[in-house]
Design a protein. Structure first.
Length: 158
């Protein structure tokens, strides 16, 4: 009988220890053995992992095309932009400005964005503006030329 009670106590202790060990890992400071490459960061267990909206390809973190075009994580709500959600490969529901004719920057919108027209995008995303519309996507510097051209309005993706 004593042996049975000891075995039960041992089971409980080992189970509790196995549940607590991941918590101790979270409390330890993270440090990677090497500096993480571009578009990645050091996670809690000391391993470099790709940032949000990026995926690993051939050993480097590149823009996640599904995030750019399918809407994965791209929904955003802000007072200036309304609801924005990229749906499908090159179809976008976007914010439409109230009076685009009064916008003096409308001819250079992809290059010159004033603070007033910036979207409040999630971390890692940036405002894009095409014509009278705008939304959030990955920064142009990390998109491939093909991705830039496919993004909603090809004529504005230079």
């Amino acid at each position: 009988m004593r042996i049975l009670i000891l075995l039960i106590i041992l089971q409980i202790v080992s189970f509790t220890a196995s549940q607590l060990s991941p918590l101790f890992l979270l409390l330890l400071p993270s440090s990677c053995s090497r500096e993480c490459e571009s578009n990645s960061h050091c996670n809690r267990i000391g391993v470099c992992e790709c940032n949000r909206y990026f995926t690993r390809s051939y050993g480097v973190c590149v823009a996640d095309r599904s995030a750019v075009f399918s809407g994965t994580g791209l929904a955003v709500r802000s007072t200036d932009c309304g609801y924005y959600n990229c749906i499908g490969k090159a179809r976008c529901e976007r914010f439409e400005r109230r009076d685009p004719d009064e916008d003096v920057s409308r001819n250079h919108e992809n290059r010159e964005r004033t603070y007033y027209y910036d979207c409040n995008c999630p971390e890692g995303l940036t405002t894009y503006i095409t014509g009278r519309y705008k939304g959030c996507t990955l920064p142009r510097s990390v998109l491939s030329n093909e991705d830039r051209c496919r993004l909603c309005h090809p004529q504005f993706a230079v």
